[in-house]
Design a protein around this ligand. Structure first.
Ligand code: ZN
Length: 296
């Protein structure tokens, strides 16, 4: 791997059946930059972490199954991780290094274009039903888009069951939940998102996407169709000539294409306006859509 990126190691992977679609494979990562548990939510059993699957000295097939380094599907009584007798899949490894040898039949191709979202944790938006931001909506949307061939309302090409949501533990644009709550109070006092962060002596955006890049490369992904409205993110996801953004897939708020769906609140209008006006996000609709009388 390259020198300027963090070292990441996938330590466990598990299949998670979901309430509204295909099984996903949750990957938990450690790294040499922080002590947080960053995640990759992977759609597609054949997208394989190179660090997870690499053979380790002295390990057993049971050890490999327990950490999730298996092909196909686990079932009661299965004894071999590297071969699924029922589905007829087997993995091969380099004899000298122990590294996975990717084969078309069992491993997602390194040249495939892959739908990717790099998502930063947002406790308030994802868990506490916050209408101050659209993180929860965008997270759900990314999952739905990766699962389908095409999104019916927008005709955006989906991932047809293959894709990755990298979930980085950098709450509140990297400032942490406590500081984010203070920023919300400053916003209630009249500041916008950017001003509030600056008043708390934080940068407008303290996020770091280098971990996300290292995780994508570990998953054997080099050509990214990036789900984002943020032009900075396109640059931030590219790395030398090994990680390329081949397409930007827009994430237009659901409420703009369908008045009856998505989040509609005064707070989110202000939040999205700040994203467009202060942070240069490429949202397609003029933001004064619902607030023309008060727009600046
Ligand atoms: Zn949020």
């Amino acid at each position: 791997m390259t020198s300027s990126l963090p070292d990441v190691q996938c330590i466990a992977r598990a299949r998670i059946p979901t309430t509204h679609g295909p099984d996903i494979f949750l990957h938990l990562y450690t790294n040499d930059r922080d002590n947080k548990e960053h995640l990759a939510i992977v759609f597609g059993e054949d997208i394989r972490s190179r660090t997870l699957f690499k053979q380790r000295p002295g390990e057993t097939q049971q050890d490999r199954m327990v950490r999730g380094a298996y092909v196909g599907k686990l079932y009661p009584g299965r004894t071999v991780a590297d071969r699924d007798e029922r589905l007829g899949y087997s993995l091969e490894f380099d004899n000298s290094t122990g590294e996975l040898k990717p084969a078309d039949a069992t491993t997602w191709g390194e040249h495939n274009d892959t739908l990717v979202r790099i998502h930063s944790e947002c406790y308030t938006g994802e868990t506490a039903w916050s209408a101050r931001c659209d993180c929860g909506e965008q997270f759900d949307r990314a999952g739905r888009l990766i699962a389908v061939d095409e999104e019916a309302e927008t005709h955006i090409r989906g991932g047809s069951g293959h894709g990755v949501i990298v979930y980085l533990r950098q709450e509140g644009r990297g400032i942490g939940l406590g500081e984010k709550l203070k920023a919300y109070n400053l916003q209630d006092l009249g500041a916008d998102t950017v001003q509030a962060n600056l008043m708390l002596k934080h940068p407008a955006d303290a996020r770091d996407f280098s971990l996300g890049k290292a995780i994508l490369l570990d998953l054997g992904i080099h050509n990214v169709r990036l789900l984002t409205n943020n032009p900075d993110k396109i640059q931030q996801v590219q790395h030398e000539d090994i990680l390329r953004c081949v397409e930007r897939v827009p994430m237009v708020p659901i409420h703009w294409t369908d008045d009856t769906q998505g989040i509609d609140s005064k707070e989110i209008e202000g939040y999205l306006r700040t994203k467009i006006e202060r942070m240069g996000h490429l949202l397609q609709k003029p933001l004064n859509l619902h607030t023309q009388e008060s727009s600046t």
